[in-house]
Design a protein around this ligand. Structure first.
Ligand SMILES: *Cc1c(COP(=O)(O)O)cnc(C)c1O
Length: 467
């Protein structure tokens, strides 16, 4: 078989499998989970010496695909991503077909332009100077990592050569993402030197406490260098007050990064951009298009107005790699990785298709879904609400049932996928409204599924039996 025929056959197999998957998603939007113990019996995962017959090969793949948890359906609410956007899927599949690596213009050609077009446009929307720059990191955690490396080097450029000799401290809220402390370890600052600033009842960083802690550390002989503000905290979906925090950062000459992995995409909405007031005064900003915007994983955009710092921290000469064109178009000079997949194309195909107005609609729609969910809870006394306005994470409890028991049962019974969270001592179910393909009808259905399941399976809950 020649190579074109072979790939064409494999792609028709792809279409055949996808057709089955899409049909199955309608029939079974949630799978009955396969237990870890049963995994090797239910799915043929073994790898053998001899090739497999085509018929069996197909069957093995189909079983594997159909038994995989479904994240694209109307009943997946478990994570800060969900749903499926066809235009973005198209872009990602084409990126796989092209299989470029984004490090040089020679190898990626116009795909470099695709990435730069997104960086330029996002920079304009954020309000950074036209000289700003950015890149696509392997995810939100790694975008935060890049910000911290740049902040460390900006404080003392010699660190790149000598290693960390300064007793640095950095600041983030007690509700921020765990990648901040992990990254503190990676960059040689150490987890012990992360200061977790308390939050108010809405989960927003207390700015006065931030300033006090900075003062205390300076007096203690530490060198504060970095503040992370969060746009959409992982559990409550809260927004730290970027504008106020920027005043403190300016006063103490600290790098201000905004971790917008979850909700940084509010920049696309005229109505909700207010949640990031002051964003143009920050030193770096990241957003995950694979969360609110709904592109396939991963699509994390890292932005900074300090182009020079980006090169200072991430460029390295390599004569075996950079052989043509100027640095500006050799994107390997500003990224963590060497070989790097094309994460930009899927966002570009979507943006191209729907326009910035379309991105705004996606964002606004998610807030409408969240408002609807909050209203539903407020109008039903069997529920207690723990979240606040302007949040896409709807945290609640139903009939006093422990959230972890409820979520595990919904999973085990193959009813719906939703997770739970904690703030301080309180545990609750966290409904995430990021699937832009959902309607308010789907949100209503979410609650109705819970109500029906509890109605029919209440004997499973010790807490309900006691009542
Ligand atoms: C999801 C998330 C991250 C991590 O992003 P990944 O792409 O999963 O690495 C970081 N910060 C916040 C606030 C998040 O919600």
């Amino acid at each position: 078989m020649d190579r074109t025929t072979e790939i064409k056959n494999d792609l028709s197999l792809f279409n055949e499998i996808v057709d089955e998957l899409l049909a199955d998603e309608i029939k079974n939007p949630v799978n009955q989970p396969t237990s870890v113990d049963a995994l090797k019996d239910e799915v043929d995962l073994s790898l053998s010496n001899s090739p497999m017959e085509l018929v069996q090969f197909k069957e093995s793949i189909k079983t594997l695909i159909l038994k995989t948890p479904k994240t694209g359906t109307r009943l997946f609410f478990n994570q800060l991503f969900g749903g499926r956007n066809g235009k973005a899927v198209l872009g990602d599949l084409l990126a796989v077909m092209l299989n470029n690596s984004m490090y040089t213009y020679k190898v990626a050609g116009p795909q470099v332009g695709v990435e730069k077009a997104i960086i330029k446009k996002v920079g304009e929307i954020v309000g950074y100077p036209s000289s700003c720059d950015g890149t696509f990191a392997p995810g939100g955690s790694m975008s935060n990592f890049m910000a911290m490396v740049m902040a460390r080097d900006a404080k003392n450029l010699d660190t790149r050569f000598t290693g960390v000799k300064t007793t640095f401290t950095l600041y983030t809220s007690a509700q921020s993402h765990y990648s901040i402390s992990k990254n503190a370890a990676f960059i040689g600052v150490g987890r012990d030197n992360v200061r977790f600033i308390p939050t108010n009842n809405k989960g927003e960083m207390d700015v006065e406490s931030l300033e006090q802690q900075i003062e205390e550390d300076i007096q203690g002989g530490f060198t504060p260098f970095f503040v992370n503000a969060t746009a959409g905290t992982t559990v409550l979906g809260a927004f730290d007050a970027v504008d106020e925090i920027s005043v403190v950062c300016k006063k103490y000459k600290l790098w201000l990064h905004v971790d917008g992995a979850y909700c940084g995409a509010v920049i696309f909405s005229k109505k909700y951009a207010r949640l990031l007031r002051g964003i143009e005064k920050t030193d770096s900003f990241s957003l995950n298009a694979h969360k609110m915007i709904g592109t396939p994983l991963s699509c994390s955009i890292f932005m900074t107005p300090h182009k020079k710092s980006l090169y200072d921290s991430f460029s390295n000469e390599a004569s075996y790699l950079y052989q043509t064109d100027e640095d500006e178009y050799n994107l390997g000079k500003t990224s963590i990785q060497c070989g790097r997949r094309n994460d930009a194309l899927k966002f570009w195909t979507l943006w191209k298709a729907v326009g910035t107005i379309g991105l705004e609609k996606i964002v606004d729609h998610q807030f409408e879904l969240a408002n609807y969910a909050r209203e539903y809870i407020n109008n039903n006394e069997d529920y207690i609400l723990y979240s606040f306005e302007d949040s896409l994470s709807i945290c609640f409890n139903y009939k006093g049932i422990p959230a972890n028991e409820l979520c595990s049962m919904l999973y085990q019974e193959g009813e719906l996928l939703v997770g739970f969270g904690h703030v301080k001592e309180q545990e609750f179910v966290r409904l995430v409204c990021v699937n832009a393909a959902n309607s308010t009808e789907d949100i209503k259905n979410f609650f109705e599924v819970i109500e029906r399941v509890i109605e029919t399976k209440s004997t499973l809950f010790t807490s309900l039996q006691i009542q």
